[in-house]
Design a protein around this ligand. Structure first.
Ligand SMILES: *Cc1c(COP(=O)(O)O)cnc(C)c1O
Length: 356
């Protein structure tokens, strides 16, 4: 605290991301990164953009990232004016909170969800109410229907539970809130869900947010996007152009285009992650864990006889890091990112030794 801080800064409770340890040789299963490298076309595109002397870095990037919007629009069967791009989907989400989630009534999101949402509410002065997940940790769509609200946001699959909500339920929530924006944060949808992007043609209040950080193995490049009605996109552009004209640098734009265009690499990585997730789920179940059904690149699991915090600490002593949230309802769960087959086998072996 300092006397120079504004009131806004005094009142903030910033988001705390999962740890990025500086030590080598850790098995890092704590922040849902992809265990496989991005498409080789990404490196080729970035090298080509840099050239021999990186002279192009003298010049600003395209403020509208038109090449990337066109590639995303082609991939998802929409028009470029239905696409917004940002510096990671966290930035896209931040702009959505400021631009679209109405301020005269509380917005709604699940009680157990991505912990950045309440942080954005604090930053932008958006009121919110949480809607409890059902006892099986699924999102109950009825909790978002038939009540006045300033907007709705939820990840699908939800984080950190991994549970998927069907598209019919997403459509029902959008239809029940015609005068509020419904944001579905599909950071993990490529690992077993079905995207709501086709629904935006019928629901002008639906905004679908994606990231290249998880299924495209590009957490380090910082690229996310949103798809929705052009009026929603224009609202995001107005905020973006009042904040930072160049959120995506030259390397991010060309790298992201290459990643989006390499469908074969993308499908192969997702398929491998899903296969490993299913094997990890079976291994954890055999060790006595309750594992929630996951449609994401992580599993959420608890052991009826062992404290989750102690398990996380014991794993860390064995150089394996997973995520443990000290939060109501979920403090007995571990969120474990799906790594390579070898990493997941090492995790299962470590847990077997710890439980013995
Ligand atoms: C990882 C994640 C994001 C953020 O992704 P970036 O594009 O890396 O900013 C957004 N929402 C959820 C639910 C996530 O898990």
């Amino acid at each position: 605290m300092s006397r120079f801080w504004t009131q806004v800064v005094r009142d903030l409770t910033p988001y705390v991301p999962g740890e990025q340890p500086k030590i080598a040789n850790l098995i890092k299963l704590n922040t849902n990164e992809n265990p496989f490298p991005p498409s080789p076309a990404v490196l080729a595109a970035i090298r080509a953009e840099l050239g021999d002397d990186a002279a192009r870095l003298r010049l600003y990037p395209d403020p509208n990232a038109d090449l990337l919007k066109a590639a995303i629009a082609r991939r998802h069967g929409v028009e470029p004016r239905q696409v917004f791009v940002g510096n990671g989907s966290d930035e896209v989400l931040a702009h959505a909170f400021q631009a679209l989630l109405r301020h005269d009534a509380p917005i709604l999101f699940p009680d157990i969800t991505y912990s950045f949402y309440p942080v954005y509410c604090g930053l932008y002065g958006v009121d919110y109410e949480t809607v409890p997940l059902a006892a099986d940790f699924s999102i109950d769509p009825e909790g978002y229907c038939g009540r006045r609200c300033g907007g709705v946001i939820f990840p699908n699959p939800n984080a950190p539970t991994g549970r998927l909500l069907g598209l019919d339920a997403v459509a029902r929530i959008a239809a029940a809130n015609p005068d509020a924006v419904v944001v579905t944060d599909e950071a993990y949808v490529d690992f077993g869900g079905e995207s709501a992007i086709p629904l935006v043609a019928r629901h002008d209040n639906l905004l679908v947010v994606h990231t290249l950080s998880k299924s495209r193995s590009l957490a380090g490049l910082r690229v996310g996007f949103a798809i929705g009605h052009p009026d929603l996109i224009e609202a995001l552009e107005r905020v973006k152009n009042s904040f930072n004209s160049y959120p995506l640098d030259r390397l991010a734009i060309v790298g992201a285009v290459a990643a989006i265009e390499d469908e074969a690499h993308f499908i192969d990585c997702c398929r491998r992650v899903v296969a490993t997730r299913d094997a990890l789920t079976a291994d954890l179940s055999a060790l006595g864990f309750d594992v929630l059904p996951s449609a994401a690149n992580f599993v959420f699991a608890r052991h009826p006889q062992h404290d989750a915090g102690e398990l996380a600490a014991a794993l860390r002593e064995r150089s394996i890091i997973v995520r443990h949230f000290r939060l109501p309802r979920i403090d007995q769960f571990l969120r474990i990112t799906v790594g390579t087959d070898g990493e997941c086998a090492a995790l299962a072996a470590a847990l077997r030794a710890i439980l013995a």
